[in-house]
Design a protein around this ligand. Structure first.
Ligand code: SAM
Length: 338
């Protein structure tokens, strides 16, 4: 079953949306490897990892960060794959936090390594974590991620107790798989006073996942939550991205909605570009264009060439994604950086 009927019912999006926003946020994929296999992200037996020698070294990543800072970038997120399974990630995060001009550093993680690494990361000054959590029921969690829930919950609680300034939970919505987990997740997030964001399924790794049967729009989640509580728009808004936040009056939960497919103004607030694990600048997740920075990094760093390649990628950031346009992914999300 395809998603076409759902998407065709949406009004057409103008392709002349002006950029009109500051792009100051770089998402860095430090590895395409992952220790989980989320249904919507990595095929269960996937093993076609990028060869290690193709992956940027930490030094090469920091050279790109230096150029980004010179171009006005302030915010950096380290992701993957699972960033916390890459060797020596803690000293790299320490170096990134210390890098001149870097204002915020965040990590997006599946949380499995947090029982081991939350302390060391906090000790080197990391303040911000986004943790993926698609279900609170252990069986359901395994069904979606093929991983185990226990360490993730322990990691979330540990991060909370260590006093990270910002922790957010991310839940990808899949109809029939985690619809019934939404309210328990909201209550869990409220009990820890952590915001939770619900993300619409995107066809980023596996286009066959985005079907009418699997797709659960954020509007339905808003209706579901409104039946139990009152949603009040959160002011001032949280974060720098396109998520829309509300406070639930009774539970006190802070809930964000990332309507990547159904919010027709979604891309207007997009302030980011991505650095892929193998050294490509990717201005938009939902457009195939990539700009190879590696020739400017190897065999030795050529700053001028790096600046030129970075600038070209930035200049060619498209006004919006084309996911609604029968999008066919060319490579998996973990290599691009989620
Ligand atoms: N391993 C880390 C994690 O699990 O958070 C970081 C990488 S993961 C690719 C980053 C984010 O992308 C997660 O929040 C994940 O749920 C989201 N993601 C992956 N595939 C997606 C898809 N098809 N649609 C929407 N979000 C997706």
């Amino acid at each position: 079953m395809s998603l076409a009927p759902v998407l065709q019912s949406l009004p057409a999006v103008s392709h002349s949306t002006p950029l009109g926003r500051a792009v100051d946020y770089l998402r860095i994929s430090v590895t395409d490897r992952c220790n989980e296999r989320c249904l919507y992200c990595l095929p269960e037996h996937f093993q076609k990892w990028t060869p290690r020698e193709e992956i940027l070294s930490y030094e090469e990543i920091l050279a790109v960060v230096e150029v980004a800072v010179a171009r006005g970038f302030k915010h950096f997120r380290v992701t993957g794959g699972e960033p916390l399974i890459r060797k020596d990630i803690v000293p790299f995060i320490a170096a990134l936090i210390r890098a001149s001009g870097v204002e915020t550093v965040q990590i997006t993680t599946n949380g499995t390594q947090l029982p081991l690494l939350a302390g060391p990361l906090r000790n080197v000054g990391l303040n911000r974590l986004n943790i993926s959590l698609d279900a609170l029921d252990a069986g359901r969690y395994s069904e979606i991620t093929r991983g185990s829930l226990g360490p993730v919950l322990a990691g979330i609680r540990m991060a909370k107790s260590l006093g990270f300034e910002s922790i957010k939970l991310n839940t990808v919505l899949i109809r029939h798989k985690n619809e019934d987990q939404i309210w328990p997740l909201v209550e869990f997030a409220a009990s820890l006073q952590i915001p939770i964001r619900f993300i619409e399924l995107m066809p980023v790794s596996l286009s066959e996942m985005l079907t009418e049967e699997n797709f659960l729009p954020v509007s339905e989640v808003m209706s579901l939550l409104s039946a139990r509580d009152t949603l009040e728009p959160l002011e001032p808004k949280l974060g720098h991205g396109p998520a829309k936040y509300f406070r639930l009056r009774k539970t006190g939960a802070i809930v964000g909605f990332i309507g990547a497919l159904t919010d027709l103004h979604f891309c207007e607030a997009c302030n980011k570009v991505r650095l892929t694990a193998d050294g490509k600048l990717r201005p938009c997740l939902g457009n195939h264009g990539e700009f190879d920075l590696k020739p400017a990094l190897r065999p030795s760093l050529n700053r001028e060439a790096l600046r030129a390649a970075f600038d070209q990628g930035l200049a060619e950031k498209p006004p919006e994604h084309v996911f609604r346009n029968n999008w066919q992914p060319q490579r998996i999300m973990t290599a691009i950086g989620g």
